[in-house]
Write a protein that binds this ligand. Structure first.
Ligand code: NAD
Length: 430
């Protein structure tokens, strides 16, 4: 399994980031107290009859951080090392993400401590249904709308929807997002996060007066976000010269470089569902096989970390090539706070994660709207609406950053926390 878990307490990190924004906004104590902790937390057990006839008890969670701006929204993770603090942090980050792109939703996150690799499809189905049974009174299409996340997929969402509709006794396709296209899913959801990241990059390049076709990039990861980001970036005229991915067999990551530019389609034919690239075939196709961190040492204009968290750290940040001008954080939390400060000092322009990768939740919101109407848009329409939302969010953050002499991350935090705080005040909560 990939090293997906945090080596620090993510909730403490999220609270520190919030405290900084709260200081900049000079928030009063009550608003700080309200936003520093989740509104609701549900911890529960899920007893499951396993295929061998025995009952196994799993632990599940749902954390609703804030719903002042609209129903809470966030994914459900299935992970053997899941912790309540990870879920708390992610629920808070969801509140800021939905706020920064100005969609009428709040933030939530959920999970179950389990390893789906070791569960049969029937056991997974029972687990999904059990999760919904424990929460049916506390979630719903107008209060808290779940979605897929690590190791959960469209099939899991459909089982959860079915259980909810059986329990409630009616059809509520807007109860959950990430459903399969044709069963209430939205066109464009697969592309949304990677495309969204490149839309923010396109706007940054405009602002910095750089032509996309004159740029090169290096990408960490070759999964959903990375592939779609590479596709749109290539269509804009840029050239990716290096990608990296996790190799399950060797239990380490490698970077793959082709100086004349990687061929997305060719790499897709030699990669698996999990975004792992076949290193032998890659070499046969003329890719240089390099160590894991080589992706960040390349002489390129743009770095796109789109794999996992904590990848640009105080230890490796100085290995980033001096030519790099922009970092687009496709992944959640790829840059540690220390590395972020160093990069900002050297003048690197960082498009922060909760803005750069918000395309996914924007499209989930579109799915919820379409499901509630039971009328589905063509892919072009979804992608045009995605572009409009991401562009508007980018411009708002960048204008505010420029006028107030803030970094993009500080600006994004101030804007999003301020919107949520204002909604709490408008409702008379504080
Ligand atoms: P994915 O599982 O499809 O792909 C992950 C990729 O990262 C794979 O290619 C894997 O080989 C690679 N990888 C894992 N560990 C690595 C390492 N140590 N070094 C190099 N490569 C490594 O995941 P995804 O959906 O593309 O998500 C990527 C990131 O984006 C995650 O941080 C996720 O939380 C974030 N994100 C995803 C979405 C979405 O809609 N998919 C939305 C918002 C944020």
């Amino acid at each position: 399994m990939k090293s997906e878990k945090y080596s620090y307490n993510p909730f403490e990190t999220a609270q520190k980031q919030f405290d900084r924004a709260a200081d900049m906004l000079e928030l009063d104590q009550a608003t700080r107290d309200l936003l520093r902790s989740p509104m609701h937390e549900y911890h529960f057990t899920i007893p499951i009859r396993m295929d061998d006839g025995n009952v196994k008890v799993f632990r599940g969670f749902r954390v609703q951080h804030n719903d002042a701006r609209g129903p809470a929204k966030g994914g459900i993770r299935f992970h053997p090392l899941e912790t309540i603090d990870t879920i708390r942090a992610l629920s808070m980050w969801m509140t800021w993400k939905t706020s920064v792109v100005d969609i009428p939703l709040g933030g939530a996150k959920g999970g179950v401590i389990c390893d789906p690799h070791h569960l049969s499809p029937h056991e997974q189905e029972r687990l999904c249904r059990g999760w919904v049974r424990q929460l049916v009174k506390n979630i719903g299409p107008f209060s808290d709308i779940p979605a897929p996340d690590i190791m959960t997929n469209a099939q899991h969402m459909l089982w959860m929807l079915d259980e909810y509709e059986v329990l409630v006794g009616d059809k509520y396709p807007g109860f959950i997002t990430g459903k399969p296209v044709g069963m209430g899913g939205s066109q464009g959801r697969m592309e949304a996060t990677g495309y969204g990241a490149i839309i923010t990059l396109r706007e940054a390049l405009k602002e910095l007066n750089i032509k996309p076709e004159s740029t090169t990039a290096s990408v960490q990861g070759f999964g959903n976000v990375a592939r779609n980001a590479i596709e749109l970036y290539h269509r804009m005229g840029g050239k990716v010269i290096c990608v990296s991915s996790w190799n399950e067999k060797d239990h380490c990551a490698y970077s793959y470089r082709k100086k004349e530019g990687v061929d997305l389609q060719e790499l897709q034919t030699i990669s698996d569902h999990f975004g792992g690239i076949d290193k032998i075939k890659a070499q046969e196709l003329g890719y240089e096989l390099l160590p894991a961190e080589a992706w960040l040492e390349q002489e390129v204009d743009i770095l796109i970390p789109a794999a996992i968290e904590n990848q640009i750290t105080a230890e490796n940040v100085n290995r980033i090539n001096k030519k790099v001008k922009i970092v687009v954080e496709g992944a959640n939390g790829p840059t540690t706070n220390e590395a972020n400060s160093i990069l900002e000092k050297t003048g690197v322009f960082i498009i922060p994660d909760f803005l750069a990768n918000a395309g996914g939740v924007v499209c989930s919101y579109f799915e919820q709207v379409q499901s509630n109407m039971n009328y589905f848009w063509e892919k072009d329409e979804v992608l045009a609406k995605l572009d409009a939302k991401m562009t508007a969010a980018y411009i708002a953050v960048s204008d505010f950053a420029r006028f107030n002499n803030l970094s993009m991350r500080e600006s994004a935090y101030v804007i999003s926390v301020n919107r949520v705080a204002q909604a709490c005040r408008d409702r008379g909560w504080v």
